[in-house]
Design a protein around this ligand. Sequence first.
Ligand code: PLP
Length: 358
Amino acid sequence: GHAHQGLTKAIQEQAERFLHISNLYDHPLQETFAARLADACGLDQVFFSNSGTEAIEAGLKMARRYQFDLGETSRTAFLALEGSFHGRSLGALSCTSNADYRRPFAPLIPEVDFVPPDDIQSLENALGSGRYAALLMEPIQGESGVLPLSVLFLDEARRISQETGTLLLFDEIQCGGGRTGSFLHCQQAQVLPDIVTLAKPIAAGLPVGATVVTKAVGEHLVPGDHGSTFGGGPLVCAAGLFFLDELFERGLLQRVTEAGARLTKGLDRLVAETGLAVQRRGSGLMQALVLKSASGPINTQLQERGLLANACGGQALRFLPPYIVSDQDIDEALGLIEEVLVDKSSPSITTPFPGSTP
Ligand code: PLP
């Protein structure tokens, strides 16, 4: 969306060659993109689709397939976290906890349970039942207001899932792909899952989903089990390779860290100096301010001033700026946020928050 010259050129050049090729054929761009993604994740194999929700569907099917092949035919359930968001197709929605999203589409897929984030005891009790094919979690929950899981919880999730024969699936569709300064956010905690899902940034704005897995999981999926006509097509892979070059070869990942530090400092200052913001959460370029009141009206005022944020989790204002955001943009954004937060004439500031929605 920002007319990046190099990206435009990479897409144009590929468009002049071929846009689509039957998935009966390999094409080198897909192999290279898959190998580089797997390498960046420290995993082995990649299944490409066209969106985040499809990446989750592939992950759920791979987990079931793996357990089926191991003879674990009663290990069919999924365990996810309260506050989770994994997408809107039926499988992904079934693993999403928000009742408002779920209710109109019931019945969803059976045997999905939820435990509270960072509650190790509940996790241990649930996984001890031996019913679950996989445990799903976002290392930083996005839709529920940028809630990072603790390193201890991620660590324990790895240990308990390993000990109980449950696969661990991290949904890094929002927090991964470089957004928090490492390729996967979980790499900062040094916890590696069996399956990780990626989407949003990894083809720099073109539609893509990637389910990245260990060989031990991936080798169970055989041709015909799952597929996608457009997933991992040449145009998307050309954009994806360009994105990875920018990220790793031309300093974009480092820039995310620097820009994130500037944003962190600015938001921390707003928490210290304005009465309305009570906490900053998140890292890198995935951040939120938690407000004393509902974030919706404040978000509307920001949009009216030209700043696109998001109100999520009831009282959180979420910021997910583009990786190429400049220092000047960050400072301007912080100025606008400050303006709205200290605008005592605003009726929204005195509106009490009516109650939390997950
Ligand atoms: N998982 C997470 C954590 C997300 O944030 C999203 C989208 O917001 C999805 C899954 C679904 O991705 P998509 O909208 O590409 O289907």
